[in-house]
Design a protein around this ligand. Sequence first.
Ligand code: UAG
Ligand code: ATP
Ligand code: API
Ligand code: MG
Length: 525
Amino acid sequence: MKLSTLLQACGYASEDFTSALTADLADTEVRAVTADSRKAGPGTMFVGLKGLQHDGSAFIPAAVLKGAAVVVEAGAPMLGEHSEIDGQKRHCATHLRLPEPARFLARAAALLAGKQPRHVVAITGTNGKSSTADFLRQLWTLQGKAAASIGTLGLVTEADIPPLPALTTPDAVSLADALAALARAGVQHVALEASSHGLVQHRLDGVQVTEGGFSNLTRDHLDYHGTLDAYREAKLRLFEDLLPPGSRAVINADMDPQTLAALRRSAKKRQLDLREVGENGTTVRILSRRPLPQGQELHLELEGEKLPPIFLPLTGAFQADNALLAAALYWDTPSQAPAVLALLSQLVGVPGRCERIASLPNSATAYVDYAHTPDALEHVLQSLRPHVTGKLIVVFGAGGDRDRGKRPLMGQVAAHLADVVIVTDDNPRTEDAASIRAEILKACPQALEIGNRHDALQKAVNDLQAGDVLLVAGKGHEKGQIIGTTIHPFDDRALVRQFMQARSTPGPDTQQQAQTKQDGNEVRS
Ligand SMILES: CC(=O)N[C@H]1[C@@H](OP(=O)(O)OP(=O)(O)OC[C@H]2O[C@@H](n3ccc(=O)[nH]c3=O)[C@H](O)[C@@H]2O)O[C@H](CO)[C@@H](O)[C@@H]1O[C@H](C)C(=O)N[C@@H](C)C(=O)N[C@H](CCC(=O)O)C(=O)O
Ligand SMILES: Nc1ncnc2c1ncn2[C@@H]1O[C@H](COP(=O)(O)OP(=O)(O)OP(=O)(O)O)[C@@H](O)[C@H]1O
Ligand SMILES: N[C@H](CCC[C@H](N)C(=O)O)C(=O)O
Ligand SMILES: [Mg+2]
């Protein structure tokens, strides 16, 4: 594709550039785009982006030496040439400056990758994105539609598509390639998780988002965004910039008033078809929820009309919120809504989201959940309380190189809502694990501290009494413990299952198995 075609499609005209778009430069042929100089080569357009560690424009010479056809960086609009000498050889590339290179990268990547699926539903919010995306994918699949979800759990689809990098919202190029591959494979329904990092870094700016969901906004990622207002602004980009006018937007009406008001304002300004769900919902109102051993019964009103009770086979009020968000994103017209809501009884749980792992013969039960924010921990502890006749025990930690302010707040929540608190490690990354624990423990000084997560889980399971409920929070589906920059194999779900089994069938073999430590813990001891 010619550079001029990419520029035009991204809304630039030749008058935007200080030097006129000369025919030669504008004719430069671009076959692929990348933000990583290491992937640059003949026919590629390298876009230098400002990151936390590097300013990508510093790699322009490297990209030119590798044969890049076009190099792009931030600046007042300019089109010219850039050359580098390598020994005897002179390498030349078309040099472009634009005010928002990340946006250009995303749009160019989408154009080069090809057609996207007809429905790409983006979901944002602090908690509940992965769950909602998964539920929506399940609903489509139940109705016989080829579907996919993209997010923290990776690319989930029955189509044969290569996996994506381990981010909640993949980088713009990987995302464009994955969406085009899905469309080519006949998948026309995709639910996509929009993280605040992804939104603010324009990773989604090339996606033709057709519908959008917003679950809630509470504290997270302030290490990156600085303030809650900046974090909110990042998330609001979905409604403000990415959703086309007139498109369907679904929100949970029980969220904090400031974000709710901002979303309603955006929806009005952009003429979005706004649907609100939740206890204060106007589209779907939750009248009451009755926790049951295998899930919950929901009493709902659809646009003011009472519906027959619906059984949701999932534990936790927040799971009903996510399921309703997904359902209201699904239907086109209200007449389809009752049938879609009836499908909720067929949903299966998302791995590591309030997932019941096992029960002991004495009825004590263990759950694994991905709560890694104060609000998530509060919701999941409240959700489990009705299932407790003994004690509610929580084992959790907090991730290193992430928002430090979350730590005492999570400690406070645990101290307030659990009967027994065990503070352990959760992906310390490059931070000192003991210092992270100390920051949590300040707010819950009665807690037991067991840094080694394997030992913490084993102790928690071994102490379970009749009627107790154990919640292991923070890592959910994760399969590793990140210590330094190394990912050591570690799996809360597998370990808890193993320890619970050992307690159910005590014998020499199973007990010995339970003692076997996983790699991630051996290095921590
Ligand atoms: C904070 C953050 O968003 N970091 C992402 C960011 O890295 P960075 O800002 O450190 O980039 P950098 O290293 O400074 O490099 C700047 C630019 O120079 C380029 N470069 C660099 C070196 C080189 O030799 N040549 C070169 O061209 C890089 O490709 C990059 O484009 O850009 C990288 C390239 O796309 C990402 O891999 C990286 O994600 C890291 C791994 C990460 O941990 N991100 C997390 C925090 C994240 O994005 N999480 C969100 C939200 C999670 C949630 O809410 O659930 C997510 O969507 O996953
Ligand atoms: N609607 C909700 N309200 C409050 N807490 C929730 C909600 N949905 C999920 N949670 C909590 O957040 C955890 C993570 O859920 P989920 O993975 O769906 O969220 P996410 O937004 O994708 O998270 P991440 O930012 O890590 O990608 C759950 O295990 C639960 O503890
Ligand atoms: N998407 C979140 C996941 C956190 C999971 C938790 N286990 C941790 O490592 O803090 C983040 O990257 O902040
Ligand atoms: Mg997620």
